[in-house]
Design a protein around this ligand. Sequence first.
Ligand SMILES: Nc1ncnc2c1ncn2[C@@H]1O[C@H](COP(=O)(O)OP(=O)(O)OP(=O)(O)O)[C@@H](O)[C@H]1O
Length: 582
Amino acid sequence: MAVRPCVQGDIGADVRLLAPMAVNGISGKIEDATNHLDVLNLKYVVRDWVGPWWKGACFRKLRHKCIINDVTLRLKSGEITGILGNSGSGKTSLLDVITCRASGKVTGDVIYNGTRCTNDVIQNHATYVMQADRFLPNLTVRETLIYSAKLRLPGCSTSEEIEKRVTDVVLAMGLKDVADTRIGGSIIRGISGGERRRVTIAIQLLKNPDIILLDEPTSGLDSYTARHLVSNLRDLARRGNIVMLSLHQPSSDIYSLLDRIGIMSKGEFVYFGCAKGMVQYFTEVGYPFDVASMDRRDKDSEIQSLIRVERLLGTFRRISDDFRRGPRAGYREAVERPGSARVLVTVIRRMYRNLFRDRADYMLRFFFLPAFCIMIIAFMGHIGTEPSSVQNRMGMLYLTCAFAPIRDQYFRERRDGLYGALTLLLAYTVHVLPCHVVSTGLHPGQLQFIRFTAVVFLNCLWSELHTAAFHGIFLSANLAQAVTGLCLSSYSLVATGFLKDLNSLMKPLQWVSKGLIQKYSAELLAANEFHGLRFDCPEIQLSNVTSNLNVTNCNLFRFHLNRTIINCDMRAACVNIFILYK
Ligand SMILES: Nc1ncnc2c1ncn2[C@@H]1O[C@H](COP(=O)(O)OP(=O)(O)OP(=O)(O)O)[C@@H](O)[C@H]1O
C-alpha cells in the first residue's frame, strides 16, 4: 500500500541507525535551527500483580504489561501535535516516559537535539502540565505566578524582569481579567476551572521552555474555552516551541488547530502524521471512522476491533519503517537555576502569605489554639499537691507528648525539581515557628514554664518535620498524614511511659523507645514537672502514689518514704536532664 502519512516522513529506519551516535551526545551536523525531540523505539513495561493484594506475592500472578510498545516519533519546534486515543491507550504513559516520570522499565531513547533526555535535560528544556491543578488557594493569580517565577527563573533575574515575564505569560494565556483574583479552592470561591487550567499552564510557561507537554489540558473545559486554550498553545508553538498535548475527543475546531496528530491504540501509534492527511490515510487503508478504538462491549466486538487495530498497527509499522530522519539542531546550554537562598526565602514568604490570607487557618493557629490553652488551664488550673494530682499531671503530660500536628503540603514542585526536601523542611520549620510560641505548663515556676515550653515546642516541631518528611517520601499528602498520625500515636504509646511502665514492655519495644524523641521529651517534661514539688502524702496513701507512678515513668523518680517527694534519679535520666538539674 502506497499510503504514507505526509509529515512523518522524517523519522523511521534512519533514526534507528543514527540513534547510537545521538545517544552518546554527539549532535552531528547542524543543518537547521529547528529543535527536535526524537522518541526512538520507546518501550515501557510495568509489573502488574494479578489478584487481590492480600493473596501476597506467592499466590498472585506476576504479569509484565507492555504499556508503550516500540514508539518512534519526532516532534519539531514550531508545530503543535495532538495525541489521541481511547482511554487506556497509553497517552499519559507516553508523556510520563518522555518526562522521566515513569515507574516501570523503560527501553529506547528520548533525544533532544542530539542529547539523551535525562531528568536534568527535561527540567531545563521541557515542561509537563499534568491533569490536576494544584495551587495555594489564598494567593491571587499574579502572586502565584510571581512566586513560581522566583522559583523557576535564573537567580540573576531582577524583580522587573520577573514582573515582565509574569505579565507576558498572563497576557499570553488570556488571564488579564483575573490576574488579581484569588485562585480559590474547595471552600473559597475563586477563578473558574478553565482559568485554573490556564494558570497551571502559565506557571509552566514562565521559564520559557523549549518543549511543552500537556496531559489533557482541555478536559473539563467547555468547547469555547478548550478551543481558546489550544489556540494559545498553537501560538506558543509558532514562536518556536515544541508543543505536544494529549486530547480526549477533540472537536473539529480543535482538530483544525493541530499540525500533527498521533493516534494511539494499545500503546502504539496507528497513525502519526499531518493532521490534514489523517482522514485521507484512514480512508485509503479502509477505515474511515473511529478506527483505533477498542470496542469491549462483548467478545465478538472486541475481537473485531482487535483485528482492525492490529491491521492498522501492522500497516503503520510497515510505513514508518520507510521514514527518513531530518536534520538536527545544536544542543542549547543548560538553563540557569535560582540560588538556594532565594528559593528558600520565596517558599517561606509564599507559605506565610497563604497562611495570613487563610482566615480559618489563621484563626485556628493564632486564636483558637491559645483559647484551647485557656480551656486546659481551666481544666487543670486547680491541680493541687494531693496524691491524686500525680495522676492528673501525668495525664496532662501524656497529652502534651501525644500532640501530633498535621499539615498539608504540595509536592508537585519538588517533583518538578524546583527545590529539594531540605529546602522544603527548612521553609516549613520557619513557617510553623510562630504557631508554637504559646504554651502552658502546670508547674507555677517561671523556669519550669520556660523548660516546658521549650520541650513542647521541640516536640511539635519534630512532629511537623515528621509529617513533612513523610510527604517527601510518599509524595502524597493524604498517605503522609495518615502514616504520620499513626506513627506519632504509636511513639507516644511505647516511648513516653505515661501509659505503661517502659520496663514492662517487650524488649524490642524497649529498644525502639530508646531511639524515639518522645521518650526523652516525656522524661524531660516529667522531671521538669515533678522536680522540687512536694506532695502531701499521708503514710496511708503512699502506696497509692507510688503505684500511680509505678505504671508511669517511674524510672525517673525515687520516692522517699518520709512523706515528701521527689528526687530525680540522675542515672536514669538522659543527658539533657542531667544538664537541667545538675
Ligand atoms: N504503573 C502502572 N501499572 C499498571 N498499569 C499501568 C501503569 N501505568 C499505566 N498503566 C496502564 O496502562 C494503560 C495506559 O494508561 P494511560 O494512563 O497511559 O492511558 P491514557 O491513554 O492516558 O488513558 P486516559 O485517556 O483514560 O487517561 C492503562 O491500561 C493503565 O491502566
